[in-house]
Design a protein around this ligand. Structure first.
Ligand code: BT5
Length: 253
């Protein structure tokens, strides 16, 4: 079944949802809705996103009708903000498990991988009103049937259908994913959420290179803490706490 306003709104009712055949970025539309008072759990879904954003000004690439592109509006307690990226990646992993997908993992902090290739990215964005948290927009792009062959991403990206070898319905994935987001949202701040996220990380134990406060740190990804920071141990056994960034993986250390 294709994604249309009628099919999406009917499948998700009574959850508040907005569907667009084409949009610049679901995160931008959801941020605007949040600022206008959208309820917790509201969701923006599109068939085609033409100005998808990644982190640090990067681009998220999605041809029409080939991906699940959504932004969920959440109203967590500010104390739980560090777990929002974990929540998104975990919910996607659980959805993939439910499809019997094998070799699902998380590359710190927010990439969901299948067979070591990126199947999904998560982009949480936070809206404040002065010192008060208005809410969070959790943007997720999930590759369902994008053909990456011959593109720059061919060696780094993968789609659900090519990994599974069978077709899937985006509407079924959407409903399942939203239930899993609700589940993990109700576990924000718990050890269960943190431990499940940590268990999925492929990064731990690997040699990594990461930029921290303008300097490149090389070492072994030693652990993560409950705020989601990566702890990297360098060759002098000094621990570096990396809150956000991009890691390059070296050989297993
Ligand atoms: C992310 O950024 O992984 C977060 C992507 C979030 C996208 C969603 S879609 C719905 C919502 N609305 C938005 O506007 N954004 C969110 P980052 O870690 O910076 O990764 C970006 C990099 O991933 C790019 O520079 C490419 O190398 C690669 N990339 C781009 N498109 C991809 C795709 N479809 N599959 C796999 N990798 C991709």
């Amino acid at each position: 079944m294709s994604l249309t306003e009628t099919t999406v709104l009917a499948a998700l009712a009574p959850r508040p949802a907005r569907f667009y055949p084409q949009i610049g970025s679901t995160n931008d539309a959801a941020m605007e809705w949040l600022s206008q008072g959208a309820k917790h759990g509201s969701v923006v879904i599109v068939d085609e996103q033409v100005k998808g954003r990644g982190r640090l000004g990067r681009t998220w690439h999605t041809p029409p009708a080939t991906a699940l592109i959504l932004s969920v509006i959440l109203r967590p307690d500010a104390a739980h903000l560090p777990q929002l990226t974990m929540l998104g990646a975990l919910a996607i992993c659980d959805m993939l498990d439910h499809l019997d997908m094998e070799h699902v993992s998380i590359k710190w902090p927010n990439d969901v991988l299948v067979n070591g290739k990126k199947v999904s990215g998560v982009l949480p964005e936070v809206l404040w009103e002065g010192k008060r948290l208005t809410g969070v927009v959790l943007g997720m792009g999930i590759n369902v049937r994008i053909d990456f062959s011959g593109t720059d991403l061919a060696h780094h990206a993968i789609s659900i259908e090519s990994a599974l070898g069978r077709p899937v319905q985006r509407l079924d994935l959407l409903k399942d994913l939203l239930e899993r987001i609700d589940f993990w949202f109700s576990h924000l701040g718990t050890d269960e959420l943190f431990e499940n996220w940590k268990r999925r990380l492929t990064t731990l134990g690997q040699s990594v290179q990461v930029e921290n406060e303008g300097r490149i740190v090389t070492g072994v990804a030693y652990s993560v803490d409950s705020a989601g920071a990566l702890l990297v141990m360098d060759s002098t056994s000094k621990l570096h706490r990396i809150l956000a960034g991009d890691i390059g993986l070296g050989s297993t250390g």
